[in-house]
Every structure is written in structure tokens, then in C-alpha cells.
Design a protein around this ligand. Structure first.
Ligand SMILES: C[S@@+](CC[C@H](N)C(=O)[O-])C[C@H]1O[C@@H](n2cnc3c(N)ncnc32)[C@H](O)[C@@H]1O
Length: 223
């Protein structure tokens, strides 16, 4: 990948897989097959989460293939969308896919402070990225600290993440999750609902978590 961090940096492995061939197969393999069979949270449910919460000034962390931004319903015809990713390929792929909107891109590590204008975003999508970040949920919460100054009053932060602990896994999903952790693409073996609740409590005035299969969906607001 074209990246801001060197190979061997803790954040490298979680974003490295998303090269052009992977991105071409991401929708059928991850959003079609894995969401239904492995993680047991249908993609349509996540599209619903996006359609309920995206706004006209949206920040997307780790856009991947851009499927959700392409398929959700925005409340305005010409949303202003900023994409942030450590890997340049998802940025290019998604920006082209949703070129009908006003799109800006920033190549950056979301675990570091982000050089974006403060107070400007009404919504932030953070979907299927937390389980790719290194560390524990407590250290991954750096992302929430980094986006708080960027939120407009009343903004919503939403998304989902695959949990590795204290959630129902099938034999197949548990072993695939272990495999992804071994490869470094996921770091979620200790991620669980109490840890997610604790970091959302710490950073937001109100939040809601729902479990769907092995996936936690969350919606949080600062005020
Ligand atoms: C599993 S994909 C999720 C794609 C999309 N959000 C979805 O739900 O289909 C993870 C995305 O997060 C990005 N990513 C992983 N670690 C990152 C980091 N530390 N900073 C910024 N982006 C990161 C990857 O490059 C990839 O685009």
C-alpha cells in the first residue's frame, strides 16, 4: 500500500490488506458471504444504520470499498463527505465510487490526531474498523479522542465492530477470527461489550450498543 506508516508499525497490518484486488472482491466476500455466514450480521442491517445516521457533512473513517456510502440514503442530495484511511487504495476506490457526491480524502492514521477543521462534521461513520486496529478497546479509544474536536454540536458517531470475546461465535467464526488475528488483519480477541461500553461512556454523553451475531453496532452522541 501507499502508506503513512512503515511496515512493522502496529497500525500497518490492519490496513495493509486493502489493495485493489482485495477491494474488488470485498463486497461479495466480506459483505455478502462473511457477514451472513461468519459474523451473522446482515449487510442490510448496516446499510440501515448508515441511512438512519449519515448527514450532509459526513466523516468516514476507514471507508474500505465504499459500499455503505454508495448504498445508504443521505438526507441531502449533495452531501459533503470526508474519507480518512491509512491506506491510499480505499481512499481512491471509494472516492471514485461515490464521485457523484462532494468527496475529500485524507490519508492518515486515525489513532493519531487528524488535521481536519474543528467542529465541522455532523456525522462520523466508523464501521468494521475498530476490530482492525491494534491494541485493546481502551487504547483504540484514541480514535474517539481524535474525532471529538471535529464534531459539530449534536453530531452522531456510529458504526460497528466484530467482537472477539464474550459474544456468540460459531466454531467457524471463532476459528476464522483467530486466523485473522494471527495474520494481524484483526486485533479483537479481547474486544467485548463491557470494554466498548466503558469507552463510549467515557467519551460521549449518550450511546446505544446492539449485538447482531458477533457484531456490536453502536451509536453515540456528545450532547
Ligand atoms: C474492514 S475495512 C472496513 C471498510 C468499511 N468501513 C466497511 O465497513 O465495509 C477497514 C478499513 O479501515 C482502514 N484502516 C485500518 N486501520 C486504519 C488506521 N489505523 N487508520 C486509518 N484507517 C485504517 C483500512 O485501510 C480499511 O479501509
Amino acid at each position: 500500500m501507499t502508506t503513512k506508516v512503515p511496515k512493522g508499525h502496529p497500525a500497518y497490518a490492519g490496513s495493509a490488506p486493502y489493495d485493489p484486488p482485495q477491494l474488488r472482491f470485498y463486497d461479495p466476500l466480506v459483505l455478502g458471504f462473511a457477514n451472513r455466514v461468519l459474523w451473522r450480521c446482515p449487510t442490510s442491517r448496516l446499510v440501515g444504520l448508515y441511512s438512519r445516521h449519515v448527514s450532509g457533512r459526513h466523516l468516514e473513517l476507514g471507508p474500505g470499498s465504499g459500499y455503505f456510502l454508495d448504498n445508504c440514503a443521505f438526507p441531502v442530495p449533495d452531501p459533503d463527505i470526508t474519507l480518512v484511511d491509512l491506506n491510499s487504495h480505499p481512499l481512491k476506490h471509494t472516492a471514485e465510487r461515490i464521485a457523484r457526491y462532494r468527496v475529500r480524502t485524507l490519508q492518515a492514521n486515525i489513532l493519531e490526531p487528524l488535521p481536519l477543521p474543528p467542529g465541522g462534521f455532523q456525522s462520523v461513520g466508523f464501521n468494521y474498523v475498530m476490530h482492525c486496529l491494534p491494541g485493546t478497546i481502551a487504547t483504540k479509544a484514541a480514535v474517539f479522542r481524535n474525532i471529538l474536536p471535529l464534531l459539530a454540536p449534536g453530531a452522531v458517531v456510529f458504526g460497528s465492530t466484530i467482537l472477539g470475546s464474550a459474544v456468540h461465535h460459531t466454531w467457524f467464526s471463532r476459528n476464522m477470527n483467530r486466523l485473522y488475528n494471527k495474520a494481524g488483519a484483526f486485533s479483537n480477541l479481547t474486544d467485548d461489550v463491557p470494554a466498548l461500553t466503558a469507552v463510549l461512556d467515557e467519551h460521549f454523553a449518550a450511546h446505544r450498543i446492539e449485538i447482531c451475531g458477533a457484531v456490536a453496532l453502536f451509536v453515540a452522541r456528545q450532547q
